[in-house]
Design a protein around this ligand. Structure first.
Ligand SMILES: Nc1ncnc2c1ncn2[C@@H]1O[C@H](COP(=O)(O)OP(=O)(O)O)[C@@H](O)[C@H]1O
Ligand SMILES: [Mg+2]
Length: 432
């Protein structure tokens, strides 16, 4: 096996006396372009050579967590527990950006610290910074006192940390100088695709506009402060009121004029949907002709989830695509933060109703795929309904189909029955 190239020597051995990393705990090596570790920071040998408690306390010191080491995923309470599962998945393998947004007391700092603690548990270096402290530190480092690192050293440490957590990123930027430094830092990490977690109160207020655009480009997890009624959101007309019309109880699986195979199919799909509602796990794809009850069952699941205290986004796909087309059209420049897009990505249950052979702009379809892909990677409960055959689905949405037909992620059911009709009564047409 070829030897790892040596890291560039540090200018200063730091408090831990390591000449390789200057006490930062990680190094960069001159790797080949095709090396998967190219451009990545790696734990320094001063960390790797240590084991057990020594390594742990060393990592804790480097992480700058201080008293926050008691904030673990296990210690989460209240609303933050829902977000916990998702954040935990990120902590297992930090990739890209994660923004935790929410009012004071919503558990942002706890979640952010839990990520850091998880990394330390895994023996990986992480750097946790309360943003106002970071900016103070940078300001002070222009005239470092004896034994303190100078500006370049500090800036570089933060810029290149394998995982950086910036708590309260919108708290501090008081001066023009501070805003500029913060943006430089965030921008450099963004360009280098280095895993970064930020917490903030808002993505729009008080933040430098360029900074908020960078932040909005990643996964944004809204920790709410959820006002009552905020748990159900929709686009395309399935209002909360309308949703109430669709339950499992009023879904008939014994229709008099139907063949027994049709009723059996209705019964099977009803059971699957019912189970999914009780314990939403992964995805469910419901196929069937128009009018066979797909929307009804998806709405029934949504009702169960809401009753159990979950949050639901019900999106009618053609309307969603219209929205995405309008928001993300090329030529609109950087679209910045789209609240709806973010809500859809992170909803506890997402219903994508009526995925069709839409002739939509490619960028709207691309955005739809991004939503699907994100939810697939995080295994977020998702129901897709489509009046399409399997072949049509694969043809119209190949990349969504791969996910929806992956048995490890998704179950798929088909309603093999005729469209449902109310018995003709005087004047009553088909209910919609
Ligand atoms: N098995 C069923 N029992 C009761 N009502 C049904 C059943 N199947 C469909 N419906 C009703 O028929 C109408 C059309 O169903 P819908 O769910 O919109 O079909 P799809 O989404 O498959 O096009 C709705 O009003 C729905 O409540
Ligand atoms: Mg429908």
């Amino acid at each position: 096996m070829p030897q790892d190239p040596p890291p560039a020597p540090a200018d200063d051995p730091g408090a831990d006396g390591c000449l390789r990393c200057g006490g930062a705990g990680f190094v960069r090596r001159a790797r080949d372009l095709d090396d998967p570790l190219f451009g990545r920071a790696e734990p320094c040998s001063c960390i790797l050579d240590e084991t057990g408690e020594v390594r742990r306390s060393r990592l804790e010191r480097i992480s700058n967590l201080g008293a926050l080491t008691r904030f673990t995923f296990e210690a989460l309470r209240g609303d933050a527990t829902t977000a916990g599962a998702q954040v935990r998945a990120y902590a297992g393998d930090p990739d890209g950006w994660l923004v935790l947004k929410g009012p004071s007391g919503s558990g942002k700092t706890h979640l952010a610290a839990a990520i850091a603690n998880e990394r330390i548990d895994r023996g990986e270096p992480v750097l946790f910074m309360f943003t106002p402290d970071l900016l103070d530190g940078l300001r002070a480092s222009y005239e470092p006192s004896e034994g303190e690192p100078g500006f370049d050293v500090l800036f570089e440490q933060v810029r290149s940390a394998p995982l950086l957590i910036l708590d309260d990123i919108d708290a501090a930027a008081s001066s023009e100088w501070a805003r500029e430094k913060l943006f430089q830092l965030v921008n450099a990490r963004y360009n280098a695709a280095l895993p970064t977690v930020c917490t903030c109160h808002s993505l729009t207020d008080a933040l430098d506009e360029r900074l908020s655009r960078r932040l909005a480009s990643g996964a944004v997890l809204d920790l709410g402060g959820a006002e009552p009624g905020a748990r159900y959101r929709q686009i395309g007309g399935m209002t909360r009121e309308r949703l109430d019309d669709f339950g499992f109880r009023n879904f008939n699986t014994r229709l008099p004029n139907y063949r027994s195979a049709e009723n059996e199919s209705l019964q099977t799909v009803w059971e699957s949907a019912h189970r999914f509602g009780d314990e939403p796990e992964g995805w469910m794809l419901i196929l069937g002709e128009s009018g066979t009850g797909k929307t009804h069952l998806a709405a029934a699941v949504a009702n169960t989830v809401l009753r159990n205290g979950g949050d639901v986004f019900f999106a009618v796909v053609p309307d969603l695509l219209d929205h995405l087309r309008a928001s993300f059209a090329p030529g609109r420049g950087d679209p910045g933060y789209d609240e709806l897009f973010n809500d859809i990505r992170n909803a506890g249950l997402l219903v994508l109703d009526d995925l069709g052979p839409h002739t939509s702009s490619s960028w709207a379809i691309e955005k739809l795929f991004q939503i699907a892909n994100y939810r697939a990677s995080s295994r977020l409960p998702t129901i897709i309904t489509a009046a399409l055959s399997l072949d049509e689905l694969r043809e119209a949405h190949p990349r969504v189909a791969v996910r929806a037909l992956d048995p490890k992620l998704s179950q798929h059911v088909a309603i093999l029955a005729r469209p449902y009709n109310l018995p003709p009564r005087s004047g009553a047409g088909r209910r919609r």
